[in-house]
Design a protein around this ligand. Structure first.
Ligand code: 99T
Length: 206
């Protein structure tokens, strides 16, 4: 299977962490992609019209996206404990936590693109502040409502949140976030020690 990949993407990292956790990583052939809404990567668009990564292309040419769909598919290919729970409510809770982590990543990527791509005279501070506020309100709810859940065995929700928190650091989206949510920061520091996280550190594309 070919995974269109970038070391700077938290969504790709989510897939990679799941692949390490489930022992599937050797089945992925990584294909480097450099994506941007203003310079689309034709090699990705050929498989995924949104031009987003991650995009997974199976051996028969079937393309799968987005990160949540890819993770659901990969989770059917191993015999270990499922990272998407089977029970209806457990599954919905895990997917809800994934949505919270994805929400942080989506807001973060919008801030990143605004700062890195948009001409400075066209930047809109209120819009940037709104995205940053989404990140903080999500962090606050993780701290108040999800800590006990995060301490349970790893699942897709925890993986997504861990990748989202690391992306906040990587793109310096909210300096000082740890002081506002100290218990969440402690959980993240411990989760970041997992081999799956150590093997998939975010890195700028050179
Ligand atoms: O917007 C574009 O054209 C290209 N952007 C992407 O491909 C980003 C890369 S993160 N991926 C997504 O937004 C995927 C979202 C999707 N819902 C999913 O897979 O879950 C790049 C981050 C960075 O460079 O800092």
């Amino acid at each position: 299977m070919k995974l269109y990949h970038s070391t700077a993407s938290p969504f790709v990292r989510k897939v990679m962490v799941l692949a390490y956790e489930t022992g599937l990583v050797d089945r992925l052939e990584l294909v480097s992609a450099v994506v941007s809404p203003v310079a689309r990567d034709a090699s990705v668009v050929a498989h995924n019209p949104t031009g987003h990564i991650p995009t997974l292309v199976l051996e028969d040419g079937t393309a799968l996206y987005d990160s949540g769909v890819i993770c659901q598919y990969l989770d059917t290919l191993h015999d270990g404990p499922p990272l998407l729970p089977a029970g209806p409510l457990d599954r919905a809770r895990a997917l809800c936590l994934q949505a919270l982590g994805d929400g942080i990543m989506n807001a973060g990527v919008l801030i990143r693109f605004e700062n890195a791509l948009r001409p400075s005279e066209l930047r809109w501070q209120a819009w940037l502040d709104g995205q940053s506020s989404k990140i903080q309100s999500s962090l606050d709810v993780l701290e108040s409502d999800w800590l006990a859940y995060l301490e349970q065995p790893v699942d897709i929700g925890a993986i997504t949140v861990a990748c989202a928190l690391s992306y906040i650091d990587f793109r310096e989206l909210r300096p000082g976030w740890r002081e506002t949510v100290p218990s969440l920061a402690d959980w993240h520091a411990r989760f970041a020690q997992r081999r799956s996280m150590q093997q998939t550190q975010l890195r700028a594309i050179s």
